[in-house]
Design a protein around this ligand. Structure first.
Ligand SMILES: NC(=O)c1ccc[n+]([C@@H]2O[C@H](COP(=O)([O-])OP(=O)(O)OC[C@H]3O[C@@H](n4cnc5c(N)ncnc54)[C@H](OP(=O)(O)O)[C@@H]3O)[C@@H](O)[C@H]2O)c1
Length: 141
């Protein structure tokens, strides 16, 4: 089921939160630089909730999942028919949906304790599905 050309990237804090009010609960310049380095020149898949508050991402193609945008099947078809790399960049529902197809999951651990409204609870499933992870630690600033 896994797609060689599909990865995902997430940043998660010490309390396991990834979001607050549709955006990131913290500011980490280091993590944003990492996100840019990893995703530059790639095709990105994002859920409509995250997309609405996403700043422009120059140098990347952004494909949005949602009833006013693209549906799941057409995104999977696009990945299947392409040799290019795709990255799922969130949010929570979008990670969950694409999880069985993801090859590598980049997880940034943020040294932050903000209470958010969206958690990341996929670690057990990631392990069960045998998805490779690449982990980094970043500080808030
Ligand atoms: N820390 C991080 O790395 C990170 C990364 C990304 C996002 N986030 C955070 O995550 C939060 C948002 O997560 P979320 O789960 O609420 O939203 P989301 O995944 O960004 O978007 C959810 C939307 O995707 C569409 N969707 C989901 N399943 C679908 C399906 N089967 N078919 C078609 N469309 C489907 C729906 O859009 P429609 O309602 O338009 O149909 C749904 O409302 C925000 O706080 C954001 O900042 C954090």
């Amino acid at each position: 089921m896994k797609k060689k050309n599909l990865s995902a990237i997430v940043a998660v804090n010490k309390l396991n939160y990834i979001g607050l009010h549709g955006t990131l609960p913290w500011y980490s310049k280091e993590d944003l630089k990492f996100f840019k380095r990893i995703t530059l020149g790639k095709n990105l898949i994002v859920g409509s909730v995250t997309y609405k508050k996403l700043p422009p991402l120059p140098g990347r193609n952004v494909y949005v999942l949602g009833k006013e945008y693209l549906d799941f099947d057409s995104i999977i078809r696009m990945i299947n028919n392409s040799e290019e790399e795709f990255f799922v960049i969130g949010g929570k529902k979008t990670y969950e949906l694409f999880l069985p197809f993801i090859n590598i999951f980049y997880i940034s651990r943020i040294n932050d304790y903000t209470v958010g409204d969206t958690t990341f609870n996929l670690e057990e499933k990631i392990e069960t599905l045998g998805i490779n992870t690449v982990e980094n630690n970043f500080f808030i600033n």
